[in-house]
Design a protein around this ligand. Sequence first.
Ligand code: C2E
Ligand code: CA
Ligand code: CA
Length: 559
Amino acid sequence: GAGGMARWEYSLNENQAFWDDRLLAMLGITDGENHRAGDAWASFIHPDDRAGVVAHSEECLEQGKDVARDYRMVTADGAVIHVRSRGKYVEDEETGPRYYGVNFDITEDKLRAQELEIARAGLEHESRHDALTGLANRRRLDEVYTEHIEIMSEKSGRLAVLHFDVDLFKQINDTMGHDAGDATLRHVATILQKNTPDSALVSRVGGDEFVALLFNAPEDALLDEMAAHIIREVSRPFYYGPQECNIGTSIGISVVDGLPTAGTNLFINADLALYEAKKAGRGRHRFYDTTMSEDARRRKNSSDALLAGFDQGEITCYYQPQFDATTLEVTGLEALVRWESAKYGLMMPDEFLQTAGDMGLIAQFDDLVLRRSLYDVGVWEKAGLVVPRVSVNVSANRLNDPELGAHLSRLNLPSRKITFELLESAFLDARNDVIERNLKIIGEMGIDIEIDDFGSGHASIASLLEIAPKRLKIDRSLVAPIVDHQRQRDLVKIIIGIGRMLDIRVVAEGVETAAHVPILQELGCCYLQGFGLARPMDAQATEMFLSGLAETGGVLKLA
Ligand code: C2E
Ligand code: CA
Ligand code: CA
């Protein structure tokens, strides 16, 4: 398209239009005639858009309203362009009512948005599937499960979860190499798909763990047979090249008839059953029964204990440094919540945030982490240590709190650099007034916004454009495998490309080894975070880390 802006006028009484030279150029008209018949315009509208656009302008015309519409036009040379048309209705005493309008050629923007949308749709698929086996991944599994539970009723059939763990996988990976490990996982994936009903969702949920979700599951006796059969199939030797490989599998099974009762989590139950199966020796399967719930894991998850811990000040945060990708200078710290339980030891977020969420405590946890980290950083700065920025995680829940703005202003935030990492970014597509207002307030307070976990259930490009975050953070599940997998590297490259186009800097998390660093530098990543550079540490360890770094000029030396 020619780009740019053109001007037009339209007189209702005369049914005559004036098109300026730029509009003629935009439409590829070469006769130089600026005065055109009133309906000439409609013939340039793309046939698919014509009826709607004409109806819209007739309605505006009758009511004397301004017109505003984006649509496609076809130029005299047959090219399709996208225009944004705006017309102002004016009562002219001499000539009667007229429209004064402008048309913008927005073809480039549209094409760019479409390109991004295609890239994003690709990502969306990638982010729900395991690149190695093509199976669904944990995220997809969770989605399908949640959706299914929501539409389930008492009358729904049985739902079964089979959790598989590959026995001896580590040995294959360690002794025969990575490729043999990959081939093994693909081999297992094929067996699982072959030996479960077509309607089952088979997913790979971790290194060598798979979960099958069975809808309308058969009765226990048949499940029992299915499990025994799969165990036999997996333990059959197979060949990797000339080499014979021997593996096996253990299976935990949990089943529910109709609707699961509140607090029942089939995944946790299947996992507990798997634990029992492995304890009994390899190559076995176990059905979940309630006695297994007396397992420590359940006690740990108990909400009473968490509430007590919260009251006793056991909720605190760890800090993980972030680095400039090129210079490896510290650029900030991410505060990560921890529960330092006197009873259970150090508890990680995935062990208690779910419970905290169920109890409506997430906002309070987030708040505590924000205050705690500001306090700690203040102390370090007084001691002469530099912390350019501190990032805290903000759950969707909190961004939906109408009181957030009032609350933040009471905190008297220092003028230092604070970043809010927005979690569960997919929800940003369903924004409402509260979120809108909170985002505005956050922006006005000078707090940076970063989209966390980009590439996994992330926000659409449209809402990215609107929110205009400072940074995007690529999910660690995408970054961690880049050293070994070209596909994953390509994916990260796409995301960095999206960031570039939208002028948003990209942070990579899950930088697990020194080998990740040059790859991410090459791909154009701006900031790095990961176990390969520095692990999350408690306040004391963080202080030591920072002062150690000060001695090397603030730059991390890679081992
Ligand atoms: P996140 O925001 O994506 O945080 C990064 C997580 O990745 C942290 O796990 C960190 O320890 C881990 N990580 C960092 N580098 C690496 C690496 O190289 N490899 C691997 N495998 N992992 C790495 P953590 O601390 O267990 O936090 C898990 C999640 O819990 C966070 O993911 C975030 O979603 C949530 N979370 C943590 N703190 C808070 C909080 O204060 N409020 C809320 N609402 N959520 C939080
Ligand atoms: Ca985060
Ligand atoms: Ca993240």
